[in-house]
Design a protein around this ligand. Structure first.
Ligand SMILES: [Fe+2]
Ligand SMILES: [Fe+2]
Length: 189
């Protein structure tokens, strides 16, 4: 990995910080936001293939993300910060999001409720992400937790899940690097 020189100085710290748990999750959040933005441009369009493709990517990204949070990050946060209510609420929100994801996966993109369902999921995730970033992550950063170790565990688990769950999807790798939605450009009107 190449060390980037930043205003913060120490390149080692910088490289580490890119690998920490919060950085990984925040990067995932951005990735998903981009996908919802790509879908926004398709709302009302009859290009069901594109819609299906973007929504498959959204569902995969969210399923993997919620899984690594629930398996690794939330339990660590629960132990590290003294705020069970916050983690409980996040878990309840995940359950609702997963319910919407399951409904979407069972729905044809041509269904008249499809766009609405994706839009509501996007709004819901937006709200959840804001709570994570503005509350949970702040508390976690203040707690004495090994965010690098957590990040490494999550990174490995994420790669594993992407491989198994993403196998059937032509979306390729969305391992948090820089893959834009293939529709980002073509969908722009
Ligand atoms: Fe979450
Ligand atoms: Fe998250």
């Amino acid at each position: 990995m190449t060390a980037k020189t930043t205003a913060s100085g120490t390149s080692r710290t910088e490289v580490k910080s890119l690998n920490d748990a919060i950085a990984l999750l925040t990067e995932d959040h951005k990735e998903v936001k981009k996908l919802f933005k790509a879908f926004e441009k398709l709302v009302g369009s009859e290009d069901v293939e594109k819609k299906k493709d973007v929504v498959e990517q959204i569902c995969l990204a969210l399923t993997v993300h919620t899984e690594i949070e629930e398996e690794i990050f939330y339990p660590a946060a629960r132990a590290g910060i003294d705020d069970d209510d916050l983690i409980n609420e996040a878990e309840v929100e995940h359950a609702s999001a997963k319910d919407l994801i399951m409904q979407l996966q069972a729905m044809a993109p041509s269904d008249e409720m499809f766009d609405a369902k994706v839009t509501v999921l996007g709004e819901y995730i937006d709200h959840h992400v804001q709570e994570e970033e503005s509350e949970m992550f702040i508390k976690v950063k203040k707690a004495k937790m090994d965010l690098i170790d957590l990040g490494e565990q999550m990174f490995a688990r994420k790669a594993e899940l992407m491989e198994t769950m993403g196998a059937g999807i032509g979306a390729g790798s969305m391992t948090g690097k820089s893959k834009d939605s293939p529709h980002g450009k073509s969908a722009r009107s």
